[in-house]
Design a protein around this ligand. Structure first.
Ligand code: PMP
Length: 426
Protein backbone atom coordinates (compact mmCIF):
# COMPACT_ATOMS: atom_id res chain seq x y z
CA UNK A 1 0.00 0.00 0.00
CA UNK A 2 2.76 2.45 0.99
CA UNK A 3 5.62 0.31 -0.26
CA UNK A 4 7.40 2.97 -2.33
CA UNK A 5 6.87 5.64 0.32
CA UNK A 6 8.33 3.31 2.96
CA UNK A 7 11.43 2.71 0.84
CA UNK A 8 11.79 6.42 0.13
CA UNK A 9 11.51 7.22 3.83
CA UNK A 10 14.29 4.76 4.66
CA UNK A 11 16.46 6.31 1.96
CA UNK A 12 15.54 9.87 2.96
CA UNK A 13 16.46 9.31 6.60
CA UNK A 14 20.06 8.69 5.55
CA UNK A 15 20.52 12.15 4.05
CA UNK A 16 17.75 14.36 5.48
CA UNK A 17 17.01 14.79 9.23
CA UNK A 18 13.98 12.60 9.94
CA UNK A 19 13.69 12.09 6.18
CA UNK A 20 11.72 15.34 5.80
CA UNK A 21 12.33 19.02 5.17
CA UNK A 22 9.83 20.22 7.78
CA UNK A 23 9.14 18.24 10.98
CA UNK A 24 5.35 17.58 10.91
CA UNK A 25 5.70 15.89 7.52
CA UNK A 26 7.34 12.95 9.30
CA UNK A 27 4.05 11.91 10.99
CA UNK A 28 5.86 11.92 14.37
CA UNK A 29 2.67 12.47 16.31
CA UNK A 30 0.37 10.06 14.46
CA UNK A 31 3.01 7.43 13.66
CA UNK A 32 3.28 5.37 10.48
CA UNK A 33 4.75 6.14 7.09
CA UNK A 34 4.03 9.50 5.47
CA UNK A 35 2.96 9.09 1.84
CA UNK A 36 5.58 10.58 -0.50
CA UNK A 37 3.63 12.78 -2.87
CA UNK A 38 4.16 12.58 -6.61
CA UNK A 39 1.54 14.99 -7.93
CA UNK A 40 -1.56 16.92 -6.98
CA UNK A 41 -4.62 18.16 -8.79
CA UNK A 42 -7.69 19.99 -7.51
CA UNK A 43 -8.78 18.46 -4.19
CA UNK A 44 -6.54 15.41 -4.60
CA UNK A 45 -2.95 14.41 -3.93
CA UNK A 46 -1.38 11.22 -5.31
CA UNK A 47 1.50 9.32 -3.73
CA UNK A 48 4.36 7.29 -5.23
CA UNK A 49 2.31 4.10 -4.84
CA UNK A 50 -0.51 5.73 -6.85
CA UNK A 51 -2.84 6.04 -3.86
CA UNK A 52 -5.21 8.98 -4.19
CA UNK A 53 -6.22 11.13 -1.21
CA UNK A 54 -8.75 13.92 -0.71
CA UNK A 55 -6.45 16.59 0.67
CA UNK A 56 -7.39 18.84 3.61
CA UNK A 57 -3.82 20.00 4.21
CA UNK A 58 -3.53 21.84 0.90
CA UNK A 59 0.22 22.32 1.33
CA UNK A 60 -0.62 23.76 4.79
CA UNK A 61 -2.99 26.37 3.47
CA UNK A 62 -1.79 27.95 0.23
CA UNK A 63 -3.85 25.91 -2.26
CA UNK A 64 -7.17 27.70 -1.59
CA UNK A 65 -8.36 27.04 -5.15
CA UNK A 66 -7.11 23.46 -5.10
CA UNK A 67 -3.84 22.09 -6.46
CA UNK A 68 -2.45 22.94 -9.89
CA UNK A 69 -5.05 25.62 -10.52
CA UNK A 70 -4.80 26.16 -14.32
CA UNK A 71 -4.36 29.95 -14.15
CA UNK A 72 -1.69 29.67 -11.45
CA UNK A 73 0.17 27.01 -13.44
CA UNK A 74 0.01 29.05 -16.64
CA UNK A 75 1.22 32.23 -14.92
CA UNK A 76 4.19 30.41 -13.38
CA UNK A 77 5.12 28.75 -16.67
CA UNK A 78 4.98 32.02 -18.59
CA UNK A 79 7.00 33.82 -15.93
CA UNK A 80 9.78 31.23 -15.63
CA UNK A 81 10.33 31.27 -19.39
CA UNK A 82 11.25 34.94 -19.03
CA UNK A 83 13.93 34.26 -16.40
CA UNK A 84 13.63 32.87 -12.90
CA UNK A 85 15.10 35.78 -10.91
CA UNK A 86 16.57 39.20 -11.62
CA UNK A 87 17.51 40.69 -8.24
CA UNK A 88 16.07 43.95 -9.55
CA UNK A 89 12.62 45.54 -9.24
CA UNK A 90 9.79 44.38 -11.51
CA UNK A 91 6.38 45.71 -12.53
CA UNK A 92 4.81 42.52 -11.16
CA UNK A 93 5.94 43.27 -7.61
CA UNK A 94 4.34 46.71 -7.73
CA UNK A 95 1.13 45.15 -8.95
CA UNK A 96 1.13 42.56 -6.17
CA UNK A 97 1.90 45.12 -3.45
CA UNK A 98 -1.04 47.21 -4.69
CA UNK A 99 -3.34 44.17 -4.64
CA UNK A 100 -2.42 43.31 -1.04
CA UNK A 101 -2.61 46.89 0.25
CA UNK A 102 -6.02 47.38 -1.34
CA UNK A 103 -7.46 44.38 0.52
CA UNK A 104 -6.34 45.10 4.06
CA UNK A 105 -7.60 47.77 6.49
CA UNK A 106 -4.85 50.14 7.63
CA UNK A 107 -2.15 48.66 5.41
CA UNK A 108 -0.12 51.29 3.53
CA UNK A 109 3.13 49.62 2.46
CA UNK A 110 4.23 46.04 2.06
CA UNK A 111 7.57 44.27 1.58
CA UNK A 112 7.73 40.88 -0.14
CA UNK A 113 9.85 38.12 1.41
CA UNK A 114 10.19 34.35 0.94
CA UNK A 115 8.52 32.68 3.93
CA UNK A 116 6.15 33.31 6.79
CA UNK A 117 9.08 32.94 9.16
CA UNK A 118 10.91 35.76 7.43
CA UNK A 119 7.80 37.95 7.43
CA UNK A 120 7.22 37.54 11.19
CA UNK A 121 10.91 37.86 12.05
CA UNK A 122 11.10 41.10 10.06
CA UNK A 123 7.84 42.41 11.55
CA UNK A 124 9.15 42.24 15.12
CA UNK A 125 12.46 43.80 14.07
CA UNK A 126 10.56 46.77 12.61
CA UNK A 127 8.39 47.07 15.73
CA UNK A 128 11.45 46.95 18.00
CA UNK A 129 13.27 49.50 15.83
CA UNK A 130 10.27 51.81 15.72
CA UNK A 131 9.47 51.65 19.42
CA UNK A 132 13.05 51.47 20.72
CA UNK A 133 12.05 48.60 23.03
CA UNK A 134 13.20 44.95 23.15
CA UNK A 135 10.37 42.80 24.51
CA UNK A 136 7.54 41.20 22.60
CA UNK A 137 4.42 39.42 23.79
CA UNK A 138 3.29 36.26 22.03
CA UNK A 139 0.56 33.79 22.86
CA UNK A 140 1.03 30.21 24.00
CA UNK A 141 0.34 27.83 21.12
CA UNK A 142 0.64 30.50 18.42
CA UNK A 143 3.26 29.82 15.75
CA UNK A 144 5.02 32.55 13.83
CA UNK A 145 7.73 30.52 12.13
CA UNK A 146 11.00 29.25 13.47
CA UNK A 147 12.93 32.46 14.17
CA UNK A 148 14.54 32.30 17.63
CA UNK A 149 12.20 34.82 19.26
CA UNK A 150 9.15 32.71 18.43
CA UNK A 151 10.30 29.29 19.55
CA UNK A 152 8.96 29.93 23.00
CA UNK A 153 5.79 27.90 23.63
CA UNK A 154 5.26 27.78 19.87
CA UNK A 155 2.51 25.83 18.14
CA UNK A 156 2.53 23.58 15.07
CA UNK A 157 5.40 21.07 14.82
CA UNK A 158 7.06 22.54 17.89
CA UNK A 159 4.02 21.49 19.95
CA UNK A 160 3.50 18.19 18.22
CA UNK A 161 7.05 17.18 18.98
CA UNK A 162 6.81 18.42 22.55
CA UNK A 163 9.74 20.82 22.26
CA UNK A 164 8.16 24.20 22.85
CA UNK A 165 11.47 25.68 23.90
CA UNK A 166 14.03 24.66 21.34
CA UNK A 167 17.66 24.17 22.35
CA UNK A 168 19.79 26.63 20.42
CA UNK A 169 17.61 29.59 21.36
CA UNK A 170 19.70 31.66 23.75
CA UNK A 171 18.47 32.70 27.18
CA UNK A 172 19.03 36.29 26.13
CA UNK A 173 16.56 35.90 23.27
CA UNK A 174 14.04 33.91 25.31
CA UNK A 175 13.87 36.51 28.07
CA UNK A 176 12.58 39.09 25.59
CA UNK A 177 9.60 36.94 24.58
CA UNK A 178 6.78 37.20 27.10
CA UNK A 179 3.97 34.66 27.02
CA UNK A 180 0.27 35.44 27.25
CA UNK A 181 -2.75 33.15 27.03
CA UNK A 182 -4.84 33.25 23.85
CA UNK A 183 -8.35 34.62 24.51
CA UNK A 184 -7.31 35.92 27.93
CA UNK A 185 -6.99 39.70 27.77
CA UNK A 186 -6.07 39.96 31.47
CA UNK A 187 -2.95 37.89 30.83
CA UNK A 188 -1.82 40.52 28.30
CA UNK A 189 -2.69 43.44 30.56
CA UNK A 190 -0.67 41.95 33.42
CA UNK A 191 2.39 41.50 31.20
CA UNK A 192 2.16 45.06 29.87
CA UNK A 193 1.83 46.50 33.35
CA UNK A 194 4.68 44.43 34.76
CA UNK A 195 6.93 45.45 31.81
CA UNK A 196 5.97 49.10 31.45
CA UNK A 197 7.68 50.90 28.53
CA UNK A 198 9.62 47.74 27.65
CA UNK A 199 7.20 45.98 25.27
CA UNK A 200 7.61 46.81 21.57
CA UNK A 201 4.91 44.56 20.13
CA UNK A 202 2.21 42.00 20.64
CA UNK A 203 2.13 39.38 17.88
CA UNK A 204 -0.70 36.91 17.41
CA UNK A 205 -2.59 34.69 15.04
CA UNK A 206 -6.01 36.41 14.95
CA UNK A 207 -7.57 32.96 14.62
CA UNK A 208 -5.23 30.49 16.21
CA UNK A 209 -4.42 27.83 13.62
CA UNK A 210 -1.28 26.22 14.94
CA UNK A 211 -2.75 24.51 17.95
CA UNK A 212 -5.85 23.54 15.98
CA UNK A 213 -8.36 26.12 14.81
CA UNK A 214 -9.42 28.39 17.69
CA UNK A 215 -11.36 31.57 16.91
CA UNK A 216 -10.92 34.69 19.05
CA UNK A 217 -13.65 35.19 21.68
CA UNK A 218 -16.03 38.09 21.04
CA UNK A 219 -14.24 41.39 21.63
CA UNK A 220 -10.83 39.82 22.32
CA UNK A 221 -9.10 41.43 19.32
CA UNK A 222 -10.76 44.83 19.90
CA UNK A 223 -9.65 44.83 23.54
CA UNK A 224 -6.16 43.83 22.47
CA UNK A 225 -6.05 46.78 20.06
CA UNK A 226 -7.14 49.14 22.86
CA UNK A 227 -4.57 47.75 25.26
CA UNK A 228 -1.80 48.18 22.67
CA UNK A 229 -2.84 51.81 22.09
CA UNK A 230 -2.93 52.49 25.83
CA UNK A 231 0.66 51.21 26.23
CA UNK A 232 2.03 52.47 22.90
CA UNK A 233 2.73 48.89 21.80
CA UNK A 234 2.63 47.81 18.12
CA UNK A 235 -0.03 45.22 17.31
CA UNK A 236 1.26 42.64 14.81
CA UNK A 237 -1.47 40.51 13.26
CA UNK A 238 0.05 37.39 11.73
CA UNK A 239 -2.22 36.61 8.79
CA UNK A 240 0.14 34.05 7.27
CA UNK A 241 -2.59 31.41 7.63
CA UNK A 242 -5.73 33.58 7.72
CA UNK A 243 -4.66 36.12 5.09
CA UNK A 244 -7.07 36.06 2.17
CA UNK A 245 -8.33 32.68 3.38
CA UNK A 246 -11.01 33.67 5.91
CA UNK A 247 -12.20 36.73 3.98
CA UNK A 248 -11.18 38.99 1.12
CA UNK A 249 -9.32 41.22 3.58
CA UNK A 250 -8.20 38.48 5.99
CA UNK A 251 -9.06 38.13 9.67
CA UNK A 252 -8.53 41.86 10.30
CA UNK A 253 -11.41 42.63 7.98
CA UNK A 254 -13.53 39.79 9.37
CA UNK A 255 -13.17 40.99 12.98
CA UNK A 256 -12.94 44.71 12.16
CA UNK A 257 -9.60 45.35 13.80
CA UNK A 258 -6.47 47.07 12.45
CA UNK A 259 -2.87 46.12 13.02
CA UNK A 260 0.19 48.35 12.98
CA UNK A 261 2.02 45.55 11.15
CA UNK A 262 0.65 42.53 9.28
CA UNK A 263 2.34 39.32 8.13
CA UNK A 264 1.19 37.35 5.10
CA UNK A 265 2.25 34.11 3.43
CA UNK A 266 0.73 30.86 2.17
CA UNK A 267 -2.25 31.96 0.01
CA UNK A 268 -0.51 35.02 -1.47
CA UNK A 269 2.16 32.81 -3.07
CA UNK A 270 -0.16 30.34 -4.78
CA UNK A 271 2.04 27.49 -3.52
CA UNK A 272 5.38 29.21 -4.21
CA UNK A 273 7.82 30.57 -1.61
CA UNK A 274 6.34 34.02 -1.17
CA UNK A 275 5.32 35.96 1.92
CA UNK A 276 5.08 39.59 2.97
CA UNK A 277 5.00 41.96 5.88
CA UNK A 278 3.61 45.43 5.86
CA UNK A 279 1.94 48.09 7.91
CA UNK A 280 1.15 51.71 8.40
CA UNK A 281 3.21 54.32 6.60
CA UNK A 282 4.71 55.30 9.96
CA UNK A 283 5.87 51.77 10.79
CA UNK A 284 7.15 50.95 7.32
CA UNK A 285 9.11 54.23 7.11
CA UNK A 286 11.62 52.51 9.41
CA UNK A 287 12.40 49.82 6.81
CA UNK A 288 15.63 50.07 4.75
CA UNK A 289 16.36 51.83 2.43
CA UNK A 290 13.84 54.46 3.65
CA UNK A 291 14.77 53.90 7.28
CA UNK A 292 17.37 52.27 9.54
CA UNK A 293 15.82 48.81 10.11
CA UNK A 294 17.63 46.39 7.81
CA UNK A 295 15.92 43.59 5.92
CA UNK A 296 16.77 42.17 2.50
CA UNK A 297 16.65 39.06 0.28
CA UNK A 298 18.33 37.74 -2.89
CA UNK A 299 15.12 36.07 -4.08
CA UNK A 300 12.60 38.46 -2.47
CA UNK A 301 9.74 39.26 -4.83
CA UNK A 302 10.79 36.38 -7.06
CA UNK A 303 9.09 36.85 -10.45
CA UNK A 304 7.78 33.27 -10.75
CA UNK A 305 6.36 33.27 -7.22
CA UNK A 306 4.84 36.71 -7.70
CA UNK A 307 3.28 35.72 -11.03
CA UNK A 308 1.72 32.58 -9.51
CA UNK A 309 0.57 34.41 -6.39
CA UNK A 310 -0.95 37.22 -8.44
CA UNK A 311 -2.83 34.71 -10.60
CA UNK A 312 -4.27 33.14 -7.44
CA UNK A 313 -5.14 36.44 -5.72
CA UNK A 314 -6.87 37.72 -8.88
CA UNK A 315 -9.31 34.81 -8.62
CA UNK A 316 -10.15 35.38 -4.94
CA UNK A 317 -13.31 37.46 -5.22
CA UNK A 318 -16.41 37.47 -3.00
CA UNK A 319 -17.89 34.44 -4.78
CA UNK A 320 -14.91 32.31 -3.68
CA UNK A 321 -15.45 33.18 -0.01
CA UNK A 322 -19.17 32.45 -0.33
CA UNK A 323 -18.41 29.06 -1.92
CA UNK A 324 -15.87 28.21 0.79
CA UNK A 325 -18.33 29.18 3.52
CA UNK A 326 -20.99 26.94 1.97
CA UNK A 327 -18.58 23.98 1.85
CA UNK A 328 -17.43 24.70 5.37
CA UNK A 329 -21.00 24.74 6.63
CA UNK A 330 -21.76 21.47 4.86
CA UNK A 331 -18.75 19.80 6.49
CA UNK A 332 -19.40 21.24 9.95
CA UNK A 333 -23.14 20.51 9.98
CA UNK A 334 -22.61 17.01 8.57
CA UNK A 335 -20.00 16.26 11.25
CA UNK A 336 -22.19 17.70 13.97
CA UNK A 337 -25.09 15.44 13.10
CA UNK A 338 -22.75 12.42 13.24
CA UNK A 339 -21.43 13.61 16.61
CA UNK A 340 -24.93 14.20 17.98
CA UNK A 341 -26.35 10.95 16.67
CA UNK A 342 -23.65 8.87 18.37
CA UNK A 343 -23.07 11.20 21.29
CA UNK A 344 -19.33 11.28 20.59
CA UNK A 345 -17.18 13.45 22.89
CA UNK A 346 -16.00 15.67 20.02
CA UNK A 347 -15.93 19.43 19.56
CA UNK A 348 -15.66 21.52 16.40
CA UNK A 349 -14.39 24.98 15.55
CA UNK A 350 -14.58 26.51 12.11
CA UNK A 351 -14.02 29.93 10.60
CA UNK A 352 -14.83 29.91 6.88
CA UNK A 353 -12.48 27.39 5.29
CA UNK A 354 -10.37 26.72 8.44
CA UNK A 355 -11.59 23.97 10.74
CA UNK A 356 -10.69 21.53 13.50
CA UNK A 357 -12.32 18.48 15.02
CA UNK A 358 -11.12 18.22 18.62
CA UNK A 359 -11.19 14.94 20.50
CA UNK A 360 -12.63 16.68 23.54
CA UNK A 361 -16.07 17.73 24.74
CA UNK A 362 -14.83 21.32 24.70
CA UNK A 363 -15.00 24.19 25.05
CA UNK A 364 -11.66 24.88 23.34
CA UNK A 365 -10.45 28.43 23.98
CA UNK A 366 -6.70 28.11 24.14
CA UNK A 367 -3.92 25.64 23.73
CA UNK A 368 -4.19 24.32 27.30
CA UNK A 369 -7.65 23.06 26.29
CA UNK A 370 -6.20 21.35 23.19
CA UNK A 371 -3.51 19.66 25.27
CA UNK A 372 -6.30 17.90 27.19
CA UNK A 373 -7.68 16.28 23.99
CA UNK A 374 -7.63 12.51 23.55
CA UNK A 375 -4.56 12.52 21.29
CA UNK A 376 -4.22 8.69 20.94
CA UNK A 377 -7.82 8.53 19.68
CA UNK A 378 -7.23 11.42 17.29
CA UNK A 379 -4.22 9.53 15.94
CA UNK A 380 -6.35 6.42 15.33
CA UNK A 381 -8.97 8.53 13.59
CA UNK A 382 -6.30 10.13 11.43
CA UNK A 383 -5.15 6.70 10.23
CA UNK A 384 -8.68 5.40 9.74
CA UNK A 385 -9.30 8.38 7.44
CA UNK A 386 -5.96 8.00 5.66
CA UNK A 387 -6.74 4.33 5.00
CA UNK A 388 -9.98 5.52 3.37
CA UNK A 389 -8.17 8.05 1.19
CA UNK A 390 -8.68 11.23 3.24
CA UNK A 391 -5.54 13.18 4.08
CA UNK A 392 -6.04 15.23 7.26
CA UNK A 393 -3.38 17.28 9.01
CA UNK A 394 -1.28 14.67 10.86
CA UNK A 395 -1.71 16.20 14.32
CA UNK A 396 -4.50 17.34 16.66
CA UNK A 397 -2.52 20.59 16.95
CA UNK A 398 -3.13 21.64 13.33
CA UNK A 399 -6.06 23.17 11.46
CA UNK A 400 -7.66 21.70 8.35
CA UNK A 401 -8.28 23.71 5.18
CA UNK A 402 -10.90 23.71 2.46
CA UNK A 403 -10.43 24.69 -1.17
CA UNK A 404 -12.98 25.60 -3.81
CA UNK A 405 -11.94 22.30 -5.42
CA UNK A 406 -13.70 20.42 -2.57
CA UNK A 407 -17.09 19.92 -4.23
CA UNK A 408 -20.36 19.14 -2.45
CA UNK A 409 -20.02 15.51 -3.58
CA UNK A 410 -16.48 15.27 -2.18
CA UNK A 411 -17.63 16.60 1.21
CA UNK A 412 -20.50 14.07 1.27
CA UNK A 413 -17.99 11.30 0.55
CA UNK A 414 -15.70 12.56 3.34
CA UNK A 415 -18.60 12.65 5.82
CA UNK A 416 -19.44 9.03 5.05
CA UNK A 417 -15.81 8.05 5.59
CA UNK A 418 -15.67 10.07 8.80
CA UNK A 419 -18.73 8.24 10.17
CA UNK A 420 -17.13 4.87 9.40
CA UNK A 421 -13.79 5.98 10.88
CA UNK A 422 -15.34 7.29 14.07
CA UNK A 423 -17.28 4.04 14.52
CA UNK A 424 -13.91 2.28 14.28
CA UNK A 425 -12.15 4.41 16.91
CA UNK A 426 -14.89 4.74 19.54
N1 PMP B 1 2.82 32.29 10.89
C1 PMP B 1 1.78 31.46 10.84
C2 PMP B 1 0.49 31.89 11.42
C3 PMP B 1 1.92 30.21 10.24
O1 PMP B 1 0.87 29.38 10.21
C4 PMP B 1 3.18 29.83 9.71
C5 PMP B 1 3.40 28.48 9.05
N2 PMP B 1 2.53 27.49 9.33
C6 PMP B 1 4.23 30.75 9.78
C7 PMP B 1 4.02 31.97 10.36
C8 PMP B 1 5.58 30.41 9.21
O2 PMP B 1 5.52 30.38 7.84
P1 PMP B 1 6.61 29.55 6.98
O3 PMP B 1 6.40 28.12 7.29
O4 PMP B 1 6.30 29.94 5.56
O5 PMP B 1 7.95 30.04 7.42
Amino acid sequence: MLEKSQKLLERARKTIPGGVNSPVRAFNSVGGTPPFIKKAEGAYIFDEDDNRYIDFVLTWGPAILGHANPKVVQAAQEAVALGSSFGAPTAREVNMAEMIVERVPGLDRVRLVNSGTEACMSAIRVARGAKGRDKIIKFEGCYHGHADSFLIAAGSGALTLGVPNSPGVTEGTAKDTLLAEFNNIDSVRELMEANKDEVAAVILEPICGNTGCIPPLDGFLTKLRELCDEHDVALIIDEVMTGFRVSRGGAAQLYDVQADIYCFGKVIGGGFPLAAYGGTEEMMSFVAPDGPVYQAGTLSGNPVAVAAGTAQLEQLDDSVYEALEARGQQLQEGMQSIIDEHDYPLFQHRVGSMFSLFFSEGPIRDHEDVKKCDIPRFNKFFHAMLDRGVYLAPSQFEAGFLATAHTEAIIDEVLEKAEESLAEVF
